[in-house]
Structure formats: structure tokens, C-alpha cells
Design a protein around this ligand. Sequence first.
Ligand SMILES: [Zn+2]
Length: 314
Amino acid sequence: MIAVGIDVGGTSIKGATIKNDGTILHRFSMPMDKYKKPEETIGELCELVNKTLKENKYDDKVVGIGIGIPGTFNNETGVIVSCPNLPTWAGFNLKEFMENKCHLYVKMVNDADAAAIAEAKFGVGKKYNYVLMITLGTGVGGGIVINKNLYNGNLGMGAELGHMVIELDGKECGCGRKGCFEAYASATALNRETKEAMDKNPNSLLHEIVHELGGIDARVPFLAEKRGDEAAKEVVNNYVKYLSEGLLNYCNIFRPNIIVLSGGVANEGDNLLNRVRTYMKLHNYGMRKAPEVIIEQATLGYDAGKIGAAALYF
Ligand SMILES: [Zn+2]
């Protein structure tokens, strides 16, 4: 069995034909112009999909197209509700449009959910029944996979895991509320804290490292800390605390087997993860007696979105 998996990103749309064991067969990609009308962009994408399927005469049946969207949509109608980074896409019936152009069944999925499905079925979570995936990128996205099935919520709009408030009247969040997990655990939040620490500490090594790297990103405070910088240490410790407290909340609600972390900050790997594991062990529910939750970095990288979208059929 083969399905097409597509990941709509901010600068490009990437897709692949994928076997039901998660193996990628053929890849395709096209540039993304977020100001173009969706009819135009998705029209081009459909031509590319049709061409890929025609050029590669698959013996196995191609069962459908799965497409990961950076936003929310109505999973009964296929109409996009909101894609914050694709301002012209709201109101567009992507499912109907693609099905007409490609003559294949189309399933839509939120991009963070797609990555969660992929890691739960084929990645680091494949041995487990209860998998939570959290993406620490520009924002904080997440997905809940129970027995290999995605938890959707009403109209598919559940599991906005980044928008759980962890600090009442805290930092402003892009969603309109204050104190969301996203406002503390995203790469954007970490960069904000790094910037503030730099402003307060003109002699901090943070300045030097930002200069070396050519700008602020999630690596900066970790690198400065390794070289013994106190201001960086404070930034990292605070970040670990907020991240761990948020993850502990998920543990208390869901008690998954594993939480998979992905995105820019998670690339820090065990240097970050070991500290989160230690913090979480100390604050585990019920005087530390609840089953511990495994914390691991995602393994499928940039392919997770495509694989997860295709896996809606597997
Ligand atoms: Zn929020």
C-alpha cells in the first residue's frame, strides 16, 4: 500500500510517496509563496503530485493523499479555518479542491499532529501505546496519539498543547491569552530571554556567541553556559524549569508512556533532555510514585510531517 504524504511549510511544500511501513519512495518539492492564492499554489501542487504518480508506475495501490497544514481546519468539510502564516488560505476548501484535481481521496491533518503520528508509528514512540509529541519551534505544537490513533477533539481542533497557561497573567502569547506554555517553552521565548539577559549583562559571553553565530538562536544560551557564563546559566535553568513544569502537567493529565520532543530547541539533545528528565523525576506525581514518563528527542526529523500525513491511511 502506498500513500502520498505532503507537508506544507512556510517556504516550501515537500511531499513524497510513502509505503505503509513508513519508507519513503519518491520525494518532490515546490517553493511556497504565502501571498499567492491557495487555488494557485494547490493547483501547482496537484500537477506535481499527478506527475510524480504518473512517472513512477507503482505496482501497489496508491490509496490517497495526506496533507499536513500549519493551522486549523474543519475536518468534516475540509475548509481551512486559520493558518496564521498563510493569510490567504482561510476559508479555502482544500480537501474538495485537491480531490477534484488529483482524483484521489484527501485527508488533512495539522502539521504538528502529522509529526506526532509519524513518531508514534515509525519513530521513537513506535513501541508505546500512549505517545505525546511536543514541537519546540517558533511556537509550541503538539499531538496526542493513543494506540496509534490521533486524538482530534471536536471538528479536529483539539490538542492545542502550547496554549495551556502555566503562569497566570504571564507573558503575552500569540493566541491572545497570557502565560501560555508557548510563551515560555518555544524557541521564540528562549530567544526573548536570551536577548533580555544580554541587555542586562553587557559583559556576558552571550554577546560573543551571538556574534559568532551571526544572530540569536536556541543554541546561544547553551553554548555560553558551557563556557561558564552565569547569565546564560540562568536563562537555561529558567527554560528547563518552565519546559519541565509544562511537561509535568501533560504527564498528570495523560500519563503517556513517552513524550517526544522535536523542533529547534530539542536539537540540543541530551544536554537539555537530561536536565528535563532530572527535574521531572523530582516532581513526578504522587510523591514520585506515578510511572515515570520517558522523554526522548524525535528521530524522523524533517520527514516526520510527510510520513505522518501519509500514515493517516496506514
Ligand atoms: Zn497561547
